[in-house]
Design a protein around this ligand. Structure first.
Ligand code: OAD
Length: 273
């Protein structure tokens, strides 16, 4: 079977971990139907990050060429409506329940690690379903269904779409100001940085899952782990941006490799009943 030796080696390392931390990127959610950013045909191939990747860009494009923003946001709504955790996400939740995985640091905003059952998650680029008040900073998490059905009615079901309709997607906070999705756009401050650095700097094994490792400061986290001597396992079907610091690289989709690793971990360290 492909990658057999690497899978066995990774399972051995994972089963022996005292403080296992996973660091995930868009590739982990690819098998849930959410396109990555930089793969061929990915989000940045089809949309201009200057238009849809910054808050100013979105509002400016919504005023000048609303059809572009409507297409981008409608596609996002339809993709997220269908997206469910995949086998890779579920393995991370199983590893947490087995007291092997301590935390997940993710660059993803899709909530799928929570939906799979992980509880200790550091979302460095935010969460689409959480709203943040522009004035008082209060955060409120909506259900996926509530958020997406409102977005669908404005973006997909209505005849018109202009800047004013985009603004109607920003609910009012109890303080009277507007709220916006608590996601990190380009140029904005990354979230949970001290906690993520703390997780990376105190782990003994890090799983790097489906990331191109080009967006900083998130991409520096594996180097914090390596800096304290953690062993690194990088799983990615196309590239291994952390090969220079990795003990094991597995050229495979995370939804395929992680279940195979878990199967072996259970043989080494059977879960308690
Ligand atoms: P990228 O799109 O840059 O990289 C996705 C990675 O996932 C690539 O290395 C792919 O080879 C890999 N991949 C594809 N399918 C996979 C699969 N089934 N299993 C495992 N890996 C797979 O996404 P990120 O590295 O997450 O930031 O991008 C980082 C940040 O750039 C994002 O959080 C976002 C983006 O701009 C913001 O929006 C602030």
């Amino acid at each position: 079977m492909a990658n057999e030796a690497e899978i066995l080696r990774a399972a051995d390392i994972v089963a022996g971990a005292k403080n296992l931390v996973a660091f995930s990127g868009a590739g982990v959610s690819a098998e849930s139907g959410i396109p990555t950013f930089r793969d061929p045909g990915g989000i940045w191939d089809r949309f201009d990050p200057d238009e849809v990747g910054t808050t100013g860009g979105i509002f400016s494009a919504a005023a000048k060429k609303p059809e572009v923003i409507r297409e981008f946001l409608s596609e996002t709504v339809e993709t997220f409506e269908k997206a469910q955790p995949n086998p890779g996400h579920f393995v991370l939740a199983d590893l947490e329940r087995m007291n092997i995985l301590r935390s997940v640091i993710t660059q993803n905003i899709d909530d799928l690690h929570f939906q799979a059952g992980n509880t200790r998650i550091f979302e460095v680029h935010g969460n689409l379903y959480r709203q943040r008040c522009l004035a008082c900073d209060k955060k409120t998490k909506l259900t996926k269904e509530a958020y997406l059905s409102q977005a669908r009615s404005v973006l997909i079901d209505s005849k018109e779409f202009e800047l004013i309709h985009l603004l109607s997607l920003m609910p009012l906070c109890e303080c009277g100001s507007s709220m916006r999705p608590d996601v990190v756009m380009f140029g904005e401050a990354v979230q949970a940085v001290p906690e993520s650095i703390q997780e990376a700097s105190t782990c003994d094994v890090m799983l790097i899952l489906g990331t191109s490792g080009v967006v900083y400061p998130a991409a520096s986290l594996p180097r914090y782990a390596r800096g304290v001597g953690a062993r690194i396992i990088d799983i990615n079907p196309r590239e291994h941006p952390f090969a220079d610091i990795s003990d094991v690289v597995i050229t495979e989709k995370t939804g395929v490799a992680l279940p195979r690793i878990l199967e072996q971990v259970k043989k080494i360290k059977p879960p308690s009943k």
